[in-house]
Design a protein around this ligand. Structure first.
Ligand code: AMP
Ligand code: ZN
Length: 494
């Protein structure tokens, strides 16, 4: 009953526009690079979806035994207000606006991102390189491209000449004219083609920037795209297995990463699988007043929601589908997560296991101990779960298996616990150390509430669901939630 007894992992690769069986470049090892945050302001819940998806992918790979090296970067220089090499550097602009130093700005927002990632159950990256800490590596790559005759220098900086790379538009499945027509790639005077992009930006004469370095072309700073090529190569090797990011990066940022990397390194393909996360559509909740209209992990916490409910919510949709964000949907996920934790803790405690020191340790011990008790039913459910995960991360299907496991009457507590502990390698809900959320804030014994619960049970027994629902709604209006457990309904104050 493991992730290795099912069909191999298949993933959609943006470059080849299809689903393919995953094969690592080196047996047993996988390198993943994820484009990280530009640390000039808060990372919202949409950004965090693009962190959660590769975390799930990484965990699925680890569950089949791959040794994964997970690299994500911090963009602390070079990302201009427009992706098309125009406007101010986002971080310099934020520092000027807020009267803060660059270090204060980048430190503050790197911390927010790292804390929120952890709160969402994402494993820490193995390597977290900063763009500003890798200037020589970026200059080296630009020099290689220059030596190949693929660059030109104008007043504004050193540019990559896309006409020197035949396959430039292939990655996004577009033609050069399409790219020009998107309007996202705007014109900088003297650029030979609108799609040509900056490798090194020169500080204008007489202007001292907060972040600038000497280079063979003059003082300035790296273009945004070159950082990912240089840092991925440094930490994962010239070719690597998986590169992830949001779908908005396909047209410009990743197209440019591919062009400069495949040219400088003289190889193709640079990356075996490109995994892109569709957008979280935040439009429905744009009006959130907290934190200047930005929906954050903090916004969820302020509403009494567990950040892991957002992880649960994210898993309910396929990563290649847009997902509409609403606070109501995350609140529903929060309730579902609490029920799931309750079932997991009841099963775990019935098996008589003290919470383990770590998620993974707990899961392994329990899985081993429970194999003798594995039934046909538990095997079937494990196969369904892992088959779904291996099928291009079909998390909605996997989550429906999780719901079944939580309640299936055919499973003994130890079988239920063995399955949930096994699945938690990917789910990341921390079943091994969780406490039962239905007992926190438990007000079931309050005489007034107990009477209401009894009334509701009686209404349900009489099939008077309107009354039963009305009681649930009345309690909800008082901030009390009813959780139906195998031991009967419980009431919990949010
Ligand atoms: P940025 O800090 O703007 O460079 O974005 C960080 C990451 O978040 C990138 O991979 C983007 O593609 C991704 N991203 C931005 N907005 C969303 C969204 N609404 N849904 C999902 N991913 C997003
Ligand atoms: Zn990148």
């Amino acid at each position: 009953m493991t992730a290795t007894d099912v069909p191999p992992i298949h993933l959609y690769d943006t470059r080849r526009r299809g689903v393919f069986a995953f094969e690592p470049l080196e047996a047993g090892k996988v390198g993943i690079y994820t484009c990280g945050p530009t640390v000039y302001g808060p990372q919202h819940l949409g950004n965090m979806r693009s962190q959660l998806v590769p975390d799930v992918l990484r965990r699925v790979l680890q569950a089949v035994g791959y040794q994964v090296t997970y690299v994500t970067n911090i963009t602390d220089v070079g990302h201009l207000v427009s992706d098309a090499d125009e406007g101010d550097d986002k971080i310099e602009a934020a520092a000027a606006r807020e009267g803060a130093t660059v270090e204060e700005i980048t430190g503050r927002w790197t911390d927010q991102w790292a804390t929120d990632r952890a709160r969402l159950g994402c494993l820490p990256p193995d390597v977290l390189p900063r763009a500003a800490g890798h200037i020589p590596e970026q200059i080296d790559m630009v020099r290689t491209l220059e030596a190949q005759g693929r660059t030109y220098v104008i007043d504004d900086g050193v540019y990559f000449d896309v006409s020197t790379f035949d396959r430039y538009a292939d990655f996004a499945g577009l033609s050069l004219d399409d790219l020009e027509a998107t309007g996202r790639i705007e014109h900088i005077a003297d650029k030979r083609h609108p799609a040509d992009f900056a490798l090194w930006k020169l500080s204008p004469p007489g202007v001292r920037r907060l972040q600038e370095w000497d280079s063979p072309w003059g003082r300035g700073f790296p273009g945004w795209h070159i950082e990912c090529s240089a840092m991925a190569t440094k930490y994962l090797g010239e070719r690597f297995d998986i590169h992830t990011g949001g779908v908005d990066h396909i047209r410009v940022h990743h197209t440019n990463e591919v062009a400069q990397s495949e040219c400088a390194l003289d190889l193709s393909p640079w990356v075996s699988f490109w995994v892109h996360t569709e957008f979280l559509d935040l439009a429905g909740e744009k009006m959130s007043k907290s934190k200047g209209h930005v929906l954050l992990v903090d916004t969820l916490v302020e509403r009494g929601l567990d950040p892991l409910a957002f992880r649960y919510f994210t898993l309910q949709a396929h990563y290649r589908q847009q997902q509409a964000f609403t606070l109501d949907a995350v609140a529903a996920a929060d309730t579902a997560l609490r029920r799931l934790l309750h079932h997991a803790v009841v099963a775990r405690d019935a098996v008589g296991l003290a919470p383990g020191p770590t998620e993974a340790g707990g899961a392994a011990e329990v899985g081993d101990g429970a194999t003798s008790e594995t039934s046909v039913r538990s095997r079937e459910l494990a196969v369904e779960f892992w088959t779904a995960m291996h099928d291009d991360l079909n998390t909605p299907r996997a989550m429906s298996v999780v719901s079944t496991v939580a309640r299936d009457p055919e499973l003994s507590p130890s079988q239920r616990w063995a399955l949930l502990a096994d699945f938690d390698q990917v789910l990341g809900f921390g079943f091994a150390t969780a406490s039962d959320p239905t007992s926190a804030g438990d007000v079931s014994d309050d005489p007034v509430i107990a009477a209401r619960l009894e009334e509701r049970q009686a209404a349900k027994a009489a099939k008077d669901f309107a009354t039963a629902d009305a009681i649930r709604d009345e309690l909800a209006a008082e901030g009390i939630e009813i959780i139906d457990t195998p031991e009967g309904p419980k009431a919990r104050r949010r």
